[in-house]
Design a protein around this ligand. Structure first.
Ligand SMILES: [Zn+2]
Length: 221
């Protein structure tokens, strides 16, 4: 038997994410991302208020019912930011890889899942509905373990030189492909810059990064 639930943003009864809280995620927040082909990253909302409350419930308290609404909202952002038309004009070469940003192995163990994967799948599915060949590809790994790396060897060493704690999984070859990065929250932007650098070093072209929210910059806080 399922217990009745409240909206993840505002606790309104009988909603996963109510209309008013969904509307909070229907904005467009640009963010600098050096090296990406579309000129910047984009987020749905500032990371505060109901957006923050809902994302924390999803990310850290296991509210997996939000996978659906959050995936739709991020796919909507992909359309709002012009990704679909950009891909139609600029991506002749095979599928676009939609790549979820990784968390540390410890965080994934604690959550019991890779929570940005369903977001990346939703974006890839929407691209497919719009006639753009796209697939989710979990190609990046984090070697972060809270200060030191447990991974040794050339991939991790190379990652540290180029992308800090981010490395390309040896199982995937992204050379010559266009990559769309997907994350939950942009904070300092360091991780998305590392992911962009690692993908570029592997011969891929990063179109943009899409996120549910970003922390407001110091200037607007
Ligand atoms: Zn609500």
């Amino acid at each position: 038997m399922l217990l009745p639930r409240g909206c993840a943003g505002c606790d309104l009864p009988d909603a996963v994410l109510c209309e008013d809280c969904r509307a909070v995620f229907q904005g467009y927040e640009p963010r600098d991302l050096p090296g990406c082909a579309m000129g910047g990253a984009a987020a749905c909302a500032p990371y505060r208020g109901v957006a923050r409350h809902a994302i924390l419930g999803w990310k850290d308290h296991g509210d997996e019912e939000l996978d659906g609404p959050f995936g739709e909202l991020l796919a909507d952002l992909a359309q709002r930011c012009g990704l679909m038309s950009w891909c139609r004009e600029s991506c002749a070469n095979g599928p676009v890889w939609v790549v979820p940003l990784p968390s540390s192995a410890a965080s994934m163990r604690a959550r019991g899942r890779w929570h940005t994967v369903p977001l990346a799948k939703a974006v890839a599915a929407r691209m497919g509905e719009r006639g753009i060949e796209a697939r989710m590809l979990p190609a990046l790994r984090s070697t972060a373990t809270g200060g030191r790396s447990v991974e040794q060897g050339s991939a991790a060493d190379r990652g540290r030189r180029i992308g800090g704690h981010i490395v390309l999984d040896d199982a995937y070859d992204i050379r010559g492909h266009t990559v769309v990065l997907v994350d939950d929250i942009i904070t300092t932007g360091a991780t998305m810059r590392q992911c962009t650098a690692v993908a570029a070093d592997a011969g891929a072209r990063v179109a943009t990064l899409l996120a549910l929210a970003q922390t407001p910059s110091a200037a607007t806080r």
